[in-house]
Design a protein around this ligand. Structure first.
Ligand code: LHQ
Length: 261
């Protein structure tokens, strides 16, 4: 494994978190899971980060749990404890981040590697990217949030088929099913992803955080509850300096500068 199995780089308000163990298609070891969680925490905390890109080095995005480092006889390793220690805090943190997250899917995303992509807000994929709920192929069930995110993204029947067969879903099917937001030529992947990341990074941070929470809330509440939540957030958004700035800029015909206040 490389010295730095998870890279963390911040440029122009965008943090890039890159899994860096290309020989295994970025299969997740304990060390990588710790590195990933630390990087997400850092991105969350840093005032200079306003959008986050998660990607993999080499030809894979992430092949899920490293099966070499989690080998053994059935029952020998405590899989529940492994999930509680590593995956659950990571997935919760990623999904609940108030900053926008983009999975830049450069290649295959399998098992918990696919769960990671699903826990991001957006997925921009390169041609040739593929997706598998690989768990069933090794006699396991979806974990790390796949059973939550996948049916919400692509619908129950498709999600169930993916989970029950471990089928490999190709790039065009992923786009048609709404599993990914954008499908782009491999050579444009970085440009397209960072263009979206910068659009989000220059948006009003407080409103963006509330939009994310509002949409998630809307998925699991009724209309009356959603209207109440919208009103609550709108009252808060209307009180921000960023809202005032945007109104002023609109009439001045200049681009607004949002500061997250
Ligand atoms: C790998 C891996 C890998 C190690 C490729 N590990 N080396 C489970 C257990 C415990 C706790 C918590 O949660 C989980 C959740 C999970 O994530 S379970 C699902 C784990 N992932 C998988 O079962 C996927 C296994 N990998 C594959 O099926 C294939 O490698 C895919 C479809 C991802 C890619 O296929 P190819 O493009 O044909 O590549 P490859 O199979 O030739 O892999 C390249 C190398 O990467 C190869 O090593 P080698 O030394 O032969 O070059 C693989 O052994 C290694 N690798 N995935 N998860």
């Amino acid at each position: 494994m490389s010295d730095q199995s998870v890279e963390f780089i911040v440029e122009e308000s965008v943090a890039t978190i890159a899994l860096n163990n290309p020989e295994t298609l970025n299969a997740l070891t304990d060390e990588m899971l710790e590195g990933l969680t630390a990087a997400v925490k850092q991105a969350e905390k840093s005032q200079s980060v306003r959008a986050i890109v998660l990607t993999g080095r080499g030809r894979g995005f992430c092949s899920g749990q490293n099966l070499k480092t989690f080998a053994g006889e059935p029952g020998e390793r405590d899989i529940g404890q492994h999930l509680d220690t590593y995956y659950h805090p990571l997935i919760q943190r990623l999904a609940n981040l108030e900053k926008p997250t983009i999975a830049m899917v450069n290649g295959v995303a399998a098992g918990a590697g696919m769960s990671l992509a699903l826990a991001c807000d957006y997925r921009v994929a390169a041609e040739g990217a593929r997706f598998s709920q690989a768990f069933v192929r090794i006699g396991l069930v979806p974990d790390s949030g796949s059973s939550y995110f996948l049916p919400r993204l692509i619908g129950y029947s498709r999600a169930l088929e993916m989970a029950s067969t471990g089928m490999m879903v190709d790039d065009k099917t992923a786009l048609a099913w709404g599993l990914i937001n954008r499908l782009v030529p491999a050579e444009s992947l970085a440009d397209e992803t960072y263009s979206l990341a910068k659009t989000l990074a220059f948006g009003p941070p407080l409103a963006l955080g509330m939009i994310k929470r509002e949409m998630a809330y809307g998925l699991s509440h009724n209309l009356t509850e959603a209207l109440v939540r919208e009103k609550d957030f709108q009252i808060r958004a209307a009180q921000t300096q960023d809202h005032r700035e945007a109104i002023k800029s609109f009439f001045a015909k200049t681009p607004p500068v949002f500061e997250g206040r």
